[in-house]
Write a protein that binds this ligand. Sequence first.
Ligand SMILES: CC(C)(COP(=O)(O)OP(=O)(O)OC[C@H]1O[C@@H](n2cnc3c(N)ncnc32)[C@H](O)[C@@H]1OP(=O)(O)O)[C@@H](O)C(=O)NCCC(=O)NCCS
Length: 233
Amino acid sequence: MIHWLVQAAGAHPELADGVSLAGMLHADEQTKLAALKTEKRRQDWVLGRWTAKQLVQTVVQQQTGRVAALPEIVVRNGRRGDPIIEYQGLAVSLSLSHAHGHAFCAVVERPSWPIGADMEWIEPRSAAFMADYLTAAEQERVSQAEGAMRDVLVTAVWSAKEAVLKALHLGLTVDTRCVECLIAPVAERPSTWTPFTIGCDDGRLPQPVPPLSGWWRVWDNFVLTLVVGEEVE
Ligand SMILES: CC(C)(COP(=O)(O)OP(=O)(O)OC[C@H]1O[C@@H](n2cnc3c(N)ncnc32)[C@H](O)[C@@H]1OP(=O)(O)O)[C@@H](O)C(=O)NCCC(=O)NCCS
């Protein structure tokens, strides 16, 4: 089962200032926050942790009926930057994203499972951006979209690729054209999760790629994308 949550910094002035709420962080996380150098990074980081902890708290409550204390839910980063949840052996995998004062987190109830969540603000992107980062087939699909929906589609394709690369724990360490996300043009911004297809150029990626499923939707003026290893309902 997949769970997701979006939170806005505006709902909590402390978070918008990059300060944690009382009773939110583990001591190790407080140390990490204190070491973050820029205000923007602190703002993104605390909002991401707040959102991830709230989401995991919900999952724990659904699984056990207990309310987990937020400082006991620890979100640390793996060697490649991927977020990892530590809470009493809870078998879940997490991905998170921040953009424009918001955070988006997704959790799948499987341990060490591919999952990628990404959130992008919808805005125009140049022809040069498309040529540099999108495959020819992705550009062709985007060119089928009319007017303002073209901006939505480009943003969705870019976000989808980031979500795939997060699910593979690669991030932007590889050419984004190694991953192809084909999103069918739509007449309106989808407000429900809508599937897209994912293809990966295995020969150009540094690791084998498991079968992945992807979905996208619009929330406010954001595109949200979610990519998860297959065999998850
Ligand atoms: C991963 C990456 C694509 C994120 O893109 P972004 O649009 O800037 O940022 P987002 O807000 O959408 O996502 C950031 C989150 O992605 C996650 N993330 C970072 N690297 C990741 C990776 N390799 N795999 C999966 N998730 C990753 C983290 O949870 C991060 O938030 P956090 O640092 O607060 O925990 C980008 O940071 C990247 O590719 N970096 C290059 C790899 C790198 O330098 N890693 C650092 C090693 S410590």
